[in-house]
Design a protein around this ligand. Structure first.
Ligand code: 1GP
Length: 238
């Protein structure tokens, strides 16, 4: 059943904001998952993203199998590369790093993943992934060997997002990078949200509930929280 994207679109149409908690399989043990899902259920999370820039082979599968035992929230792979694909999840953000000029992350990984993906039931969601300068060198930058787009270039950010939509991407993901010290600036979220018609994901460096709220107000349809929840699983209790 393909329901993930349909539900995201419906939420956008109804003005319902979505929240994904990002779990990095490399930083988790299977034994932690049961408790972690209780915390996730106590939070406003509507989705669980699983992925990292580099993850030990087989680890994503183990974590997702355990997550599926404890939650009915949609589990969506957010993979750094094809080695993180596992049929045990519900869907996958089929990412193309549109801000970069490294063919490996624009098209090569995607081609290499086809032989794996066609034997899965994963809902594949074409996603234009745009890295914005978050003031520190993030793992995406390091691993992809690409430069982020400067925050002071809203035109390039918007044109990149719109090019993604014209190419058929069903989601646009504005990413400051995990652990960024500066999240995507409000003016850039607004500019992209006003330009595109597909749902907008925003993540990277969001550390407070008010920062999340501001991202929603600026036009984000789905916000991704990784580090803040990883460091403090009571983050949403406040
Ligand atoms: C990273 O957008 C996500 O890909 C989340 O970033 O870890 O900074 O919340 P944080």
């Amino acid at each position: 059943m393909r329901y993930i994207y349909k539900d995201i679109l419906a939420a956008k149409q109804n003005g319902k904001k979505l929240l994904a908690i990002l779990l990095d399989p490399d930083k988790l043990e299977v034994a932690q998952i049961e408790n972690l899902t209780k915390k996730i259920h106590a939070s406003p999370a509507t989705h669980v993203f699983v992925g990292g820039s580099t993850v030990e082979k087989g680890q994503t599968k183990k974590i997702v199998i355990e997550l599926k035992k404890h939650t009915k929230l949609p589990i969506i792979l957010f993979p750094g590369d094809k080695s993180q694909i596992t049929n045990t999840a519900d869907g996958i953000l089929f990412l193309s790093l549109l801000s970069g000029r490294n063919p490996k992350f624009l098209i090569e990984q995607q081609i290499q993943s086809v032989s794996i993906l066609k034997n899965t039931n994963l809902e594949i969601i074409p996603t234009g992934y745009i890295l914005i300068d978050g003031s520190v060198e993030t793992a995406v930058q390091r691993v992809s060997k690409t430069s982020p787009i400067p925050q002071n270039n809203p035109q390039l950010i918007t044109d990149t997002a719109l090019a993604g939509e014209y190419m058929g991407k069903q989601l646009i993901y504005l990413e400051a990078g995990s652990g960024a010290t500066e999240s995507v600036e409000i003016k850039n979220i607004q500019a992209v949200a006003n330009a595109i018609s597909v749902p907008l994901i925003v993540g990277g460096g969001l550390r407070s509930l008010s920062a999340i709220e501001k991202a929603y107000e600026a036009g984000a349809d789905l916000v991704v929280i990784g580090t803040a929840f990883e460091k403090d699983d009571s983050f949403f209790d406040k």
